[in-house]
Design a binder for this molecule. Structure first.
Ligand SMILES: N[C@@H](CCC(=O)N[C@@H](CS)C(=O)NCC(=O)O)C(=O)O
Length: 211
């Protein structure tokens, strides 16, 4: 399989962590949605990541749809997403808050990246900041120990862990060390695992600087 995208994306990274967790072999095409638009278009016409090219040559897009494919391939006994019941709902809700928070972090990051400071919409920025803070606060309130849901690792941990590493990369000021203690502990717990270590972004996996 081929995973397309850079690991500074929380969506690409959660797919990579999951592939490593399942011990599914893959190679990576670390294309940038900004620097490699032509090659990206040939893979995903909307120039978005992640994509996963399967062993059958099918190209899947969207991290949620890709994870669904990988969970099915792993089988119910190994799947990081519980098959049914209250635990499945809790995992899916944690994932929804984590991906929702990541989307807002990305929106704020690009609002600031693509505008001169004085051209940034203050109303939009305020709304995004409040949405990001609400997402983090919800996750902090719901977070268990040592893992988000229980004593074992689920896709909630992968997705929340990747949201947090991306938050720390882009807006560390929104995740101070003396706040959100449960999420800090979860992030530490995740980042010491082999599958997270194997999917750390390198220095050259970056976005363009503001011109
Ligand atoms: N819902 C999508 C979101 C993917 C997403 O936002 N990807 C970003 C990178 S983090 C992207 O491709 N941005 C470029 C763009 O949308 O123009 C998923 O889960 O895969």
């Amino acid at each position: 399989m081929i995973l397309v995208g850079q690991y500074d994306s929380p969506f690409v990274r959660r797919v990579a962590v999951t592939l490593h967790h399942y011990h599914m072999p893959f190679t990576r095409n670390a294309l940038s949605v900004f620097s490699n638009v032509k090659e990206m278009k040939a893979i995903h016409p909307m120039v978005r990541v992640p994509s996963l090219v399967t062993e059958d040559g099918e190209t899947l897009v969207d991290s949620g749809a890709i994870l669904d494919y990988l969970d099915e391939k792993a089988g119910p006994a190994r799947s990081l997403t519980p098959a049914h019941g209250p635990e499945r709902r809790r995992v899916l809700q944690a994932m929804a808050f984590a991906t929702g928070t990541s989307e807002k972090i990305i929106a704020l990051f690009f609002e600031r990246l693509f505008h001169e400071p004085k051209a940034v919409s203050k109303d939009w920025e305020k709304r995004l900041l409040s949405q990001i803070e609400a997402g983090i606060a919800w996750l902090e309130h719901e977070c268990g120990s040592p893992w988000f849901i229980d004593s074992h690792m689920t896709q909630a941990d992968v997705t929340v862990g990747c949201m947090l590493s991306h938050l720390k990369l882009r807006m560390p000021e929104l995740f101070p060390a003396n706040k959100y203690l449960k999420l800090h502990s979860l992030s530490f717990h995740c980042e010491t695992r082999d599958e997270f270590v194997a999917a750390r972004h390198s220095e050259n996996e970056t976005v363009p600087k503001r011109k």
